[in-house]
Design a protein around this ligand. Sequence first.
Ligand code: ADP
Ligand code: NI
Length: 214
Amino acid sequence: MEVDFNCERRLESYIKKIFENDSSGHDYFHSVRVYKMAMKIAEEEICDKNIVMMAALLHDVDDKKLFQTEHNANARKVLMDGGISKTDIERVVAVIESVSYKGNDSVVPQIIEGKIVQDADRLDAIGAVGIARAFAYGGSHGRKLYDPDIFPILNMDEEKYYRHAGTTINHFYEKLLMIKELLNTDTAKRIAKKRQLFMEQFLEEFYAEWNGEC
Ligand code: ADP
Ligand code: NI
């Protein structure tokens, strides 16, 4: 199934409105980047591109950190208003529910469209953009950049992952550097290599400057 461009335009203007005031790294441009990356990955996979498009654009519209909706009400409503079939709405919602990162409680999506959107979302958390988003998120949650006395906590479950108050540098060890092992598709794994290297170089430089070595 190819992309329905009328639907794409409608969903894009919907997310532009809904994320208008976000500064925590879950903004409109994040969703657009995830969408573009998802379509790039989709080119290499046998999948329903229309489902990938809808799920990628809407993957954060019911994020618990930002909205108080239940059962993906925002996504369901905008899809229903656009005349999308019930079957497709259920497929999109199933994808959205499976993509989010929840520490040890994360799941591997069952269908390929979910694997694609999850990879695209995770790629946006690494590399230069990922670094910028991590510090934006940390700042908006009152977290320190770094504190050598606070150590990373590994293997957190969903509740702990959301609750614990570490530093943004620790977030690299708690999530960002591990993302490359969690990707589903070969395309995403290839793209992640360069981004991984960039994050490792960033950390090296960060510690060197912190310690007055350069
Ligand atoms: P997802 O997009 O899979 O729902 P999150 O909502 O956990 O993932 O993360 C969204 C963005 O915020 C990502 O770029 C992520 O790295 C960043 N982020 C999440 N938790 C933290 C944290 N504790 N410190 C710094 N950045 C974070
Ligand atoms: Ni996201």
